[in-house]
Design a protein around this ligand. Sequence first.
Ligand code: ADE
Length: 231
Amino acid sequence: WNKIALIGAMNEEIELLVSHMTDVRETIKAGITFREGTYFDKQVVVCRTGVGKVNAAVTTQILIDNFGVEAVIFTGVAGALDPELNIGDLVISSECMQHDMDVTALGFPRGVIPYEAKSTFEADSKLVELAVASGEKLFAGKVKKGRVLSGDQFIASREVVASLYEELGGVCVEMEGASVAQVCSMNATPYVVLRSMSDKADGSAHVNFAEFTVQASENSYKMVEDIVKHL
Ligand code: ADE
């Protein structure tokens, strides 16, 4: 890959990327600042997508069309769904799905996008492999590979956590991954989502998110740095 996108939704999730870049050139499009430059000898584009699926989708398509990125790595924080995951632990996407896609009234299973060939979007096997290797090296025993669920909702309820984990099989929940994954799938562009747990998406999620987002973002960043060094 000649050029890769390293992206996150919020400032906390990209600031370490930005601070390690050199030869930075900024372009603004659709209100998003795209930073092209060098990162550990690789040509990259770093940007903050903004929160939610629409922001992430638009940004990803622009990265592919206007900046010619050949792979996308998303880094950031998420709420844990798998009870074995603790705050600070990491998730590597095997695939992503939109948990808020709900056409059950017409008989489609929860999460299924009507009339599409697929509703779960598989991450790139090479990026996943590199992420697993980095995770084992840097965060042994604290990393899981699994299905990342995305929706335009901040989840803060144990009941919802139980249903997302049991019915949809998600290991963590966030607000962008599946839209990045779908856009990448539509453009045959490899991607992986890396997330560190800022909270457990329960009644304490808002407090935990505020307290742990910076540390969790740093954990996710460390994985990205190690992956890029091995690309
Ligand atoms: N990102 C971090 N924590 C989250 C949560 N509980 N729900 C949705 N997105 C999140």
